[in-house]
Write a protein that binds this ligand. Structure first.
Ligand code: PLP
Length: 418
């Protein structure tokens, strides 16, 4: 007997809320899993043992809480945004991950996995990075814990993100240029995996988002869930009520899943992930994996993915380097499938606009990635007047100042043209 798909979806969501997903095969319904070469299976099995065996222990949690409090600077503030509230006819609250050490949520994951590497007895850590933000967070966490850190970074990204390369080096990491494949993030992940396989007992692979083979999507979600737990408590304290809607930007999906998780069981809270709409809807012009993609396999997991008619993974585009990835974490594909979260896009122009508005109205320079969440929230607020809105302010925008300057110049030139 077959049941209508909606019943199945409700059942899948109940399983997630009951903490039964990912299942023992690392699946969130049809998504997730371990699509990896045979050589990686033992390393993943060891990691899985560590994740399920160590993470919940009192000893590990105490060490993690200590680092989060004294070094990362948690809990981060929840900030009321009075001027955005007035302009949008809403009640706007910002969860300030930009105030976390190294300037974004990525440090929550980096220090957590660093502690796990230490507990597993690893003697070196490898990481991948695209824009360099995860590389910087990993380098800082490893320095803090006294672990050598090797960061794989595409040759093209090394050129584009020179200041972050300097930061990583200064923090004691060795940055290795990846000259193979697309010479950007995708190739860097492949190279980090290759390094890990060659020495899985001494090496720990510190993956930067809620993507990859099981147990990474679960591990990263658990380490980022602190964002939503804090935000939920803080907003209840301030307002005595939950938000009507929660917004976060989605690249690989780690800050969004971290913010959403505490609210999954609150049926009346809308959860909205905002992807990069880039410069248009055509394949290759955006990074809108959930909005425009189809199911497929990348970096060890079955999830939504951007690829063409021939199955070729697409180059993506976004003004924000941190959202520029053709895949997305399997748990987001799941939340979309069962209808618990909605996914929309904000394009480059809307994001650049949102940076300006947040700067001038609230005195906060948000990252370009974050600006997508602000743009998505603003659009929703204008259609749904008078709502309480929580926005994940995933990171600060100091790193984006050169890009912002370029865009300001090209707009000036365009306006000056006859
Ligand atoms: C890396 C980054 C993102 C995107 O990564 P997710 O895993 O989707 O969170 C978003 N915001 C900032 C500030 C980042 O540095």
């Amino acid at each position: 007997m077959t049941s209508p798909p909606t019943d199945n979806h409700a059942e899948l969501l109940r399983a997630l809320l009951a903490g039964k997903l990912p299942d023992e095969n690392g699946r969130f319904g049809p998504f997730g899993g371990q699509y990896v070469p045979e050589t990686l299976i033992p390393a993943l099995a060891r990691l899985k043992e560590g994740v399920y065996g160590l993470l919940p222990t009192e000893d590990f949690q105490e060490r993690l809480q200590n680092q989060l409090r004294s070094w990362v600077g948690r809990p981060t503030a929840l900030t009321y945004a009075p001027r955005l509230s007035e302009r949008w006819s809403a009640e706007v609250w910002l969860k300030r991950e930009d105030l976390a050490h190294t300037g974004a949520h990525k440090i929550n994951n980096a220090i957590g996995q660093g502690l796990l590497a230490e507990a597993l007895g690893a003697s070196r850590v490898v990481a991948e990075t695209g824009a360099g933000q995860h590389g910087v967070a990993s380098a800082a966490a490893c320095a803090r814990l006294g672990l050598p850190c090797i960061v794989y970074m595409g040759e093209i990204d090394i050129e584009r993100q020179a200041p972050n390369v300097d930061r990583m080096t200064r923090l004691g990491a060795e940055v290795v240029a990846v000259k193979s494949g697309d010479r950007t993030l995708r190739a860097a992940i492949d190279e980090a995996l290759r390094d890990w396989v060659s020495d899985p007992s001494d090496t720990y692979y510190l993956l930067g988002s809620a993507v990859g083979p099981h147990p990474y999507p679960y591990l990263v979600r658990e380490l980022q869930a602190v964002i939503g737990r804090e935000a939920r408590t803080q907003i209840l304290e301030h307002c005595g009520a939950l938000p009507d809607a929660v917004f976060a930007c989605v690249g690989g999906g780690s800050n969004a899943i971290g913010l959403f998780h505490a609210f999954l069981g609150d049926q009346d809270v809308h959860l909205v992930g905002v992807e990069a709409g880039g410069r248009g809807e055509a394949l290759g012009d955006n990074s809108a994996t959930l909005v425009g993609g189809r199911p497929g396999v990348l970096h060890g997991a079955h999830s939504m993915l951007l690829y063409d008619e021939d199955g070729q993974i697409q180059e993506t585009h976004s003004v924000s380097a941190g959202l520029d990835y053709p895949g997305v974490g399997p748990e987001h594909s799941f939340l979309k499938l069962v209808g618990r979260a909605n996914y929309v896009t904000a394009n480059d122009v809307e994001a650049l606009d949102a940076v300006d508005e947040c700067c001038s109205e609230e005195g906060i320079l948000p990252a370009l990635e974050t600006a997508h969440a602000l743009a998505g929230a603003r659009r929703w607020a204008k259609k749904n007047q008078g709502k309480r809105i929580l926005i994940g302010l995933s990171g600060r925008g100091d790193k984006d100042v050169p890009i912002l300057r370029q865009h300001a110049l090209s707009t000036e030139t365009a306006n000056a043209a006859p």
